[in-house]
Design a protein around this ligand. Sequence first.
Ligand SMILES: *Cc1c(COP(=O)(O)O)cnc(C)c1O
Length: 362
Amino acid sequence: MNTNLINTVFRKEVLALSVYKVAEAKNLIKLDAMENPYRWPEDIKQDWLKLMADCPINRYPDSEAKALLATIRRGNQIPSQSGILLGNGSDEIIQILLMALPEKSCVLAPSPSFVMYRQVALSLGLNYQNTPLLADSFELDLSAMINTIQQKKPALIFLAYPNNPTANLFSEQAINTVIDAAPGLVVIDEAYAPFANASFINKLAEHSNLLVMRTVSKLGLAGLRLGFIAGNKTIIEQLNKIRLPYNINSLTQITADFALKHQDLFEQQAQQICRDRALVLEQLNKLLNIRAYPSSANFILFKTPVGQAGVIFEALKSQGILIKNLSPQGGILTDCLRVTIGETAENEKFIQALTKITESLK
Ligand SMILES: *Cc1c(COP(=O)(O)O)cnc(C)c1O
C-alpha cells in the first residue's frame, strides 16, 4: 500500500489516532464493560419476540422514533419544554454534538473520564482540553476548571455524572458553578443514572446551556445501541440536522419501547446490582493492600500495590475473570483496576480469586 496516499488523503488527527480496542471475552467471566449481567425472564422474552415477528423490516424505520421518544420522555421525567435527540448509543450522540461545533473549537472534560470524549474530539480535529481530577477524592478541581474555561472558552464541556472510571458523583455545587461559568454547552453524561440516585434532569428548565445525556446500555440493553440527550429545543433542533435520518433502526425502536415499559424489571436488577456493589466494596477493602473507592455506578475502581496492577489483571484473566486494567492510562489511575458488578456468584468468584492473588504477592 502506498503510504503516501494514506498520508495525503486523511487528516493528520485521524492518522495519529489508534483504533478503540475491545478486549476478547470469550469463555471469561465478563466484568470489564459495565454491562448488566441479567437477562429477561422467559415470559417477557416471549412477549418481545411476538413484537419482533410483526416488525415491518422491509420498511425504513420511523425517522423521528415518535413512540419511543414518548416512552423515554415519560420514563425519565423529561420536562415538556425540553427537546430530545436519540442516538445509536450515546457514543453517536457525542459524535453528533462534536460534529456540530465550529472548526478547532475547544472541548473540555475532566481527566480521567470517559475515553470517547477525547477520541471523537481528536478525530474531528477539535482542541481537546482536560483538567485533572483531585487525587483520592476524584472531585472536580474547580479552580483549574474555571481557569481553563476562562482561557479556552470551550464550546462544550462533558461531565460524566457519575464519572467513568472513578465511579463518583462530582459535587453538585461544583457542577452548578461550571454550568454558570461555561460560555458554551455543558453535557451531563448520566450513563450510570440507574445506580446513582442523582440527576440533573430536573435542572434542565433552569439552564439554557445544559444538556443531559443517558443511555440504555448500562441499564441492561448494551446490545441495542440506544442513547438520548435532552435539553433546550433550539439546541436539539440544530443537532437533529446532523443526525442521519434512520440512525435508530426498527428493531431497536420496538425493543427499547417494549423494554422501557418494563421499567420495574430493570429497577429490580439495578437494586440487586447496588446491593452486590456494597458487598464487593466491603470485601475489596478487607483485602491486604487493596484500596477500593466508593461507587455510585455499577463498577468499582480499586488501587493495587505499586507496580502490581498488570500482574493482578493477568492473574485474574488466567483464572477466567476479565476486568479492566486502567494503570496504563497513568496519572491518578496508575496501579488502578476497575471491576464491573456482575451476578452475585460471579462477584464471589472474583473476590475469591483476588484474595488468593493478593496473598501470593506478599
Ligand atoms: C458506557 C458509557 C457511555 C456509552 O454509552 P453507549 O450508549 O453504550 O454508547 C457513555 N458515557 C459514559 C460515561 C459511559 O461510561
